[in-house]
Design a protein around this ligand. Structure first.
Ligand code: UD1
Ligand code: CA
Length: 457
């Protein structure tokens, strides 16, 4: 059986009150449409027809950015005017194989459970409809059934009578038909309804009229098939998604002190025996070793954290590689291209950018280290700054092994401090410091005896 998938993504999504096409609004840091395409691709269809209309180019660029691999399976379909979901599917039909099973997905139903989809894709009815029974049915199409509980049609909320609005089973939007049947039904679609739109949902009544076998599958987990029409729906989808990721992490052995207070916007992997406190955000590709502790309010983006490292509260780590048994934070900031080897300690209000630290080196308080190479066993005192920028260009600071940089020193790059050297507190270092030397640069202290402070006149 050949499977082709049609994804509807042409609408603007007026209820989102945004310039961004609705299907590009992110859930878990990724456009809703990408979630749908990931699910579609997981079924290995022959083709994925994506119907776009409102800002098509933006949507195509977004897909090319997030999933260039999909482009070869995608057939783009343009729907000039958004005249309804039925009209959208009609635009795709000329390119659909009449003998294929044709699964329709909505770009604004992002969290579909792939197991349910693949079960549906295997059914052999003329029309398979996926329904659900959410607590709140507001705005959704309701499923009409006869006395024998057979599906007879779908009524949109805007066209429903008060009695029909009481129906608790809704249309998720997901439907599968044989290509030839679908084309036939769509050719007879009208728009005589309260919105003047060509409703895809009307094909159900036609299938029933044609006495074709219609099968309705009720999804157990309605949250996974919730449509997103408003910012409130988007927030609800985000929570559903985050909760499912948190559950997955816990199933994998990660301790989450509160599964409702972790957000993963990308892919995060963990080793064994990790513990994550509340309000932690992991973005992009994050790989965390074993025995790692992450304290509250940390953000880790596109980074790797080695085994048994502790990330203390309120730390921001971005595009960095952190070794094993390090301690970072509280209130530390590792900026892009930071590489810390093992047992490094970075303390509060320390910022590091494009720099490497060797084993067991420390910068425990209030420092800025940028464009630097720091050896092992180096101690960077409080208030040390690498002056890496002259207003036009960036310059490098090189610090050898076992160097001690006294507090409140400035290292004016380009500059090299050779191994074993000591920088006295308060120094402004503009020249290279040789191996094992002590460099001091400070005015001699003078004492003025019995100094009288000025008095207020
Ligand atoms: C639709 C269903 C409703 C179902 C609900 C589930 C119809 C008529 N109604 O309503 O029964 O309960 O989804 O979430 O199908 N789109 C196009 N072109 C168009 C119109 C829409 O591509 O001309 C796309 C939209 O971009 C969106 C999807 O189709 O991704 C659904 O459209 P939307 O207007 O949100 O339909 P609902 O009112 O939610
Ligand atoms: Ca919708």
């Amino acid at each position: 059986m050949t499977l082709e998938i049609i994804v509807l993504a042409a609408g603007q999504g007026t209820r989102m009150k945004s310039h961004l096409p609705k299907v590009l609004h992110p859930v878990g840091g990724k456009p809703m449409l990408m979630h749908v395409l990931d699910s579609a691709a997981s079924l290995s269809p022959e083709k994925i027809h994506v119907v776009t209309g409102f800002r098509s180019e933006e949507i195509q660029n977004s897909v090319a950015h997030y999933a260039p691999d999909y482009l070869s399976t995608i057939a783009w379909v343009h729907q000039e005017k958004q005249l309804g979901t039925g009209h959208a599917v009609m635009q795709a039909m000329p390119a659909v194989n009449p003998n294929a099973h044709c699964l329709i997905l909505y770009g604004d139903v992002p969290l579909v459970d792939r197991q349910v989809l693949s079960a549906i894709a295997k059914l052999d009815a003329s029309l398979v409809l996926l329904t659900s029974k959410p607590e709140d049915c507001e705005g959704m199409g309701r499923i009409l059934r006869d006395e024998e509980n057979r599906v007879t049609g779908i009524i949109e909320q805007k066209d429903a009578s008060d009695a029909q609005k009481q129906i608790e089973e809704i249309n998720t939007g997901i439907m599968m038909c044989k290509g030839r049947d679908l084309s036939n039904w769509l050719n007879h679609l009208g728009n005589n309804n309260s919105q003047g739109e060509y409703y895809l949902t009307d094909v159900v009544e036609m299938a029933v009229f044609d006495q074709k076998p219609v099968e309705a599958v009720v999804a157990a987990d309605s949250a996974r098939f919730a449509g997103v029409n408003s910012k409130l729906d988007l927030a609800t989808a985000e929570r559903t998604y985050q909760k499912s990721q948190a559950v997955e992490l816990m199933n994998g052995g990660v301790t989450l002190l509160d599964p409702d207070r972790i957000d993963i916007r990308g892919n995060a992997s963990f080793g064994q025996d990790c513990c994550v406190d509340v309000n932690v955000i992991l973005e992009g590709e994050v790989s965390i070793g074993s025995g790692v502790v992450i304290e509250p309010n940390c953000i880790i983006r596109n980074s790797q954290i080695g085994d048994y490292t502790r990330i203390l509260a309120n730390t921001l780590i971005e595009d960095a590689v952190v070794g094993q048994r390090c301690q970072i934070g509280p209130f530390a900031r590792l900026r892009p291209d930071t590489k810390l080897l093992d047992e490094v300690r970075i303390g509060n209000f320390v910022e590091i950018k494009n720099s490497e630290f060797g084993n067991s080196s420390k910068a425990n308080h209030l420092a800025y280290v940028g464009d630097s190479s720091v050896g092992s066993n180096v101690n960077i005192g409080a208030g040390v700054i690498t002056c890496n920028y002259d207003g036009a260009n960036k310059h490098k600071t090189t610090i050898g092994d076992d160097v001690f940089v006294g507090s409140d020193s400035q290292l004016v790059a380009p500059v090299t401090i050779e191994s074993g050297a000591t920088i006295g507190a308060g120094a402004t270092i503009t020249k290279n410091v040789q191996k094992n030397d002590l460099a001091i640069s400070r005015a001699k202290q003078v004492a003025i005896k019995n100094w009288e402070r000025p008095k207020k006149k």
